[in-house]
Design a protein around this ligand. Structure first.
Ligand code: NOJ
Length: 974
């Protein structure tokens, strides 16, 4: 329901107001309502029903040319349906084994959109030097890899591409013959006559007599030249140009990824009986109001990346397409998966990542599209948002109340009401008379502000941002291509910046300068600690088709919106993050939150899962959506704590904070119509619980930051699902309600149901796991085992995997920058052999000086001096010198100096406590090697090395007098 509301007696707003929670499915297309999807699915059904089905596409082997570098070849491709239409095939093998398969139409009536990969990739991938293609009569093939374990085979007729490992097929393209690149045509030439295919069965031959192509393309020109939906007509001036490809994983029974959908991590089949999953997964960035917690409908962002997993192999696909795409998933057997990708336009540009492990895939994908940016450390703290904090005094009073209640918080957010008439950047001076002073008040306690900037510009002459954009000609054009497209959004009649136009980039960056730019407009009423939230960038257009832009709108270069839609949203945070870097000297790390995203968006900032509902279902969905985003690169992710819509009861709010505290991005947010629900407003005992959760998050910031550092180097996500950590454990392949945090060894299972007092947690191995809070030792089993963990409302099921060392900072502070010099606690959780290891990464948390080696990266190890020894040593050593290549993303620190400027600035930072779990007996001596005896307390309990369950033995070493930047060893004599 849309209704007009007056806020603060001044602003007339268009608001979505939830009546009952129900998505308006009728606002969004099903596959059957999208011509090309209907055609693609019908093609798949015909193929299934026709025993003699054969792909009409074949490689013209006479045209095959292997490049001089040997790593690639090109060849012509023909379709027997349209002998005059030419296609080209280009297959390349990268130096890390990734295979790229491209196919385009050659000399067509028009050019197909071929720039999706260039927006996603960080650079042109390096090709392998280790390839030699063997061209045979029926195929061309190449064996490669260290042990020649990988092979690519391209069959000529029909065209079929397979990647094999050790002779076993891993990924097959066009194995079912569903490849179809609808060539450009004129209306008149749309249906040329042809000759019936040989070898078709009788029924197909009969159809062919009437319509020669019909056995393949169907009998009607279904939605070729114009389509209408929901009262909007798409003029489709280019006619049909869709692209369909089947991708099989013959030896993989589970597929994950292709975010964003509110669905389980292990993607359910879409071709079975389940009505919830009767449509293919859709990728078409959309502002879906009150989305469902379980659906294949598209949401705000699209990453066409899919992992396929089996116990002995993980492979993955990145299908670099930017147009609307639908993906059917089917399991012909429990151990195999068929997928069918149907896109509205674009070329075929598929990257096959060979694995063979999930971690290898993360590396391969990161080499293509980049690793997640290392965020500013403060952005891992708690973010307080609401639509809206209505005035600068409101912001000040919220900050005051957090402090009065001893609740840590790093960031206060301003939603759209700060902006006069929703003209972003322009303060509504009635309510925000002193924005810079307000910011400084927030900054005084080390905190930051995030302010929303949406991509729609109010079309009015008193808005310099719109005026300049219009004069520069950088606004998206309507279907004529001459005039600015006009649509409706928060600011009323609006136009949209076309960030595909390079002329917009420097202009946009200038707007964020906090200093005067002569007679040009810039945001002088902001500070270097003002960060940005980019919303509505799908783009959301209230009166547009499916709440977005018409597909026949025109972008820079003459491309239609349909060609670029799924990339469109990522350009705003891309250029905005560059603007934030450029505004200060020395530059600071940017923070930009985006709602819409595409492959590669991980380089620009964080995302959140949009307008979730205050329901238990949505709380659960948030977890598996964040996991799915993470495996597709977008690891800095979270869902609105509390649920955007609705007024959560206290129990739900507490549980939601527990979920949020274990999300990479931790922000509470609420719709304009909801009751205020800042954590200090709730009654006791819940208020105390929320305070404890916030403090726990701050305690664990070193764990989060270390995990982000690893992600920024390796691409391995911060939240790690079971199949990633235990790729061989089949029982973990469907798990998405418990996960590991980075490589820390912390395993969490947030409670997402009402009235829970205990919960089953799955342990995947024969190992001891300790309850983080009670130190209770649980025993796993090699076959996998469920254990019962207490989970009353104030309890979070959080376990430490035996063998881990967890660094924390346990002094409550108001914000994370105030913790910079706080001492550390190390929780050493011995494994069943008496060993443990952990890492800690630190830098200044806000500049780029880490790229010059201003970092501290430590390894902590606890181990016995010999197998049966009664001496255990806990030591700290420098990891950078051991691993200069892995210290900072893309930079090798071979000349690293352990006494770098940052290390010096924290050289006084102590380890104030060591908590050692699972010793076999009370030590007779504890001392620093080469130093004095230390004070320690021992509480006897279960040993790591035994079989018993129960409270673990705990040794607490108080103030061991060692420093976090230094090498040291503590000797424990049993
Ligand atoms: C939609 C966003 O998803 C929501 O978080 C925000 O509060 C509103 N737009 C208003 O800006």
């Amino acid at each position: 329901m849309v209704r007009a509301v007056t806020l603060s007696g001044a602003l007339l707003l268009l608001l979505y107001v939830p009546s009952t929670f129900a998505v308006k499915t009728q606002d969004f297309k099903t596959c059957a309502q999208a011509g090309f999807c209907r055609r693609g699915r019908a093609l798949a059904s015909r193929a299934q029903e026709t025993a003699s089905w054969k792909s009409p596409y074949s490689v013209d082997s006479s045209s095959l040319a292997v490049a001089s570098d040997q790593a690639s070849f090109t060849a012509g491709v023909k379709s027997s349906l349209y002998p005059d239409i030419k296609f080209s095939l280009d297959v390349r093998i990268h130096d890390d084994g990734v295979v790229r398969v491209r196919m385009d139409e050659v000399d067509g009536l028009r050019k197909r959109y071929d720039e999706a990969a260039s927006w996603a990739l960080i650079a042109e991938p390096k090709l392998s030097r280790d390839i030699s293609w063997t061209v045979g009569k029926k195929d061309v093939r190449a064996l490669y890899g260290a042990k020649k374990e990988s092979e690519v085979v391209v069959n000529f007729e029909p065209l079929r591409v397979a990647l094999l490992r050790n002779g076993k097929e891993q990924v097959v393209l066009n194995g079912r013959g569903l490849l179809h690149m609808e060539h450009f045509r004129t209306k008149e030439s749309s249906r040329p006559e042809g000759t019936p295919e040989e070898g078709l069965d009788e029924e197909a031959q009969a159809v062919m007599k009437v319509r020669p192509m019909a056995w393949f393309e169907g009998e009607t020109e279904d939605g070729y030249w114009e389509e209408s939906f929901g009262g909007n007509t798409d003029s489709k001036p280019k006619g049909p140009e869709s692209l369909s490809i089947d991708i099989e994983f013959p030896n993989h029974g589970h597929v994950y990824g292709i975010p964003q959908h509110a669905t389980r991590l292990d993607l359910p089949t879409t071709t079975g009986e389940n009505p919830t999953y009767s449509d293919p997964y859709r990728l078409w960035n959309s502002d879906v109001f009150e989305y469902m917690a379980s659906s294949t409908m598209s949401l705000y962002g699209s990453i066409p990346v899919m992992h396929a997993h089996a116990a002995d192999s993980t492979v993955a696909i990145f299908n670099a397409v930017a147009s609307e795409t639908w993906i059917d998933v089917d399991h012909p057997t429990p151990k195999s998966t068929n997928t069918h990708w149907i896109s509205e336009s674009g070329i075929l540009d598929v990257f096959i990542m060979p694995g063979p492990t999930p971690d290898d895939i993360f590396g391969q994908y990161a080499r293509l599209t980049g690793t997640p940016a290392l965020p500013a450390q403060w952005s891992l703290g708690y973010h307080q948002c609401r639509w809206n904090y209505i005035s600068s005094d409101d912001v000040r009073s919220v900050q005051k109340r957090f402090d009065e209640h001893d609740m840590p918080v790093d960031v206060f957010w301003l939603d759209i009401e700060y902006a006069e008439e929703h003209k972003y950047f322009i303060w509504d001076k009635k309510n925000f008379p002193d924005p810079v002073d307000m910011m400084h008040d927030v900054e005084a306690l080390g905190r930051k502000m995030v302010v929303i900037i949406d991509p729609h510009l109010k079309r009015t002459s008193n808005y310099p941002v719109y005026q300049e954009a219009s004069e520069l000609g950088v606004l998206v054009k309507g279907k004529s291509g001459d005039s600015e497209y006009e649509g409706w959004c928060w600011s009323g009649s609006s136009s949209w910046i076309d960030f595909f136009n390079p002329n917009s980039w420097e202009w946009w960056k200038r707007l964020f300068k906090t200093t005067s730019q002569g007679n040009k407009w810039s945001w002088t009423e902001s500070t270097d600690n003002t960060y940005i939230w980019n919303d509505m960038n799908e783009p959301s257009v209230f009166n547009g088709p499916e709440i977005s832009m018409p597909r026949d709108n025109i972008h820079y270069g003459g491309w239609e919106h349909r060609d670029v839609h799924n990339i469109n949203g990522m350009l705003l945070p891309n250029i905005t993050s560059q603007a934030l870097i450029a505004r200060s000297d020395p530059p600071k790390r940017p923070f930009v939150l985006t709602r819409s995203f595409y492959a590669g968006s991980q380089r620009f900032g964080a995302m959140w899962t949009g307008d979730n509902l205050g329901t238990w279902d949505h709380m659960a969905a948030g977890i598996y959506m964040v996991l799915a985003n993470g495996i597709a690169g977008m690891t800095f992710a979270g869902s609105d704590v509390g649920g955007f819509f609705g007024n959560p009861e206290p129990e739900m709010l507490v549980r939601w904070y527990q979920v949020g505290a274990f999300n990479p991005f931790f922000r509470a947010h609420a719709h304009l119509d909801t009751k205020r629900r800042e954590p200090y407003l709730i009654d006791e005992p819940y208020r105390g619980m929320l305070r404890d959760i916030l403090r726990l998050r701050y305690t664990m910031l070193p764990v989060w930051y270390t995990a982000f550092h690893e992600a920024s180097v390796t691409g391995i996500p911060v939240l790690r699902p079971h199949y990633v950590v235990f790729p061989r454990d089949e029982a973990g392949f469907t798990l998405d309600d418990q996960y590991f945090i980075g490589g820390s060894g912390l395993l969490v299972k947030p409670v997402v149901h009402k009235d829970v007092t205990e919960i089953e947690v799955y342990l995947p191995e024969d190992q001891v796991y300790y309850n983080y809070f009670s130190h209770h030792a649980y025993r796993g089993s090699a076959k996998g085992k469920q254990v019962i963990v207490p989970a009353a409302i104030h309890e979070i099921p959080l376990l430490i995997r035996g063998g881990s060392i967890i660094p924390t900072r346990e002094r409550p502070r108001r914000s994370s920058p105030l913790m910079k010099r706080d001492p550390f606690t190390l929780r050493v959780a011995l494994d069943k052999t008496g060993y443990a290891r952990g890492e800690l990464y630190l830098d200044d948390g806000e500049t780029f000086s880490h790229l010059e080696g201003n970092i501290v990266w430590r390894e902590f190890v606890a181990e016995k001096t010999a197998k049966k020894s009664k001496t255990i040593k806990i030591s700290s050593s420098d990891l950078v010198s051991k691993n200069p290549d892995a210290a900072v993303d893309g930079v090798s620190l071979t000349k690293y100096d352990p006494l770098n400027a940052f290390a010096k600035s924290v050289e006084g930072v102590r380890v104030e406590k060591i908590v050692l779990l699972g010793l076999t007996s009370k030590p007779v001596g504890v001392k620093v090697e080469g130093g004095d005896d230390l004070v320690s307390e021992f509480v006897s309990g279960v040993a790591a090395e035994g079989k018993k369950e129960g409270e673990a033995s705990v040794l607490i070493i108080k103030d061991p007098g060692v420093f976090v930047t230094k090498d040291w060893t503590i000797v424990i004599q049993l």
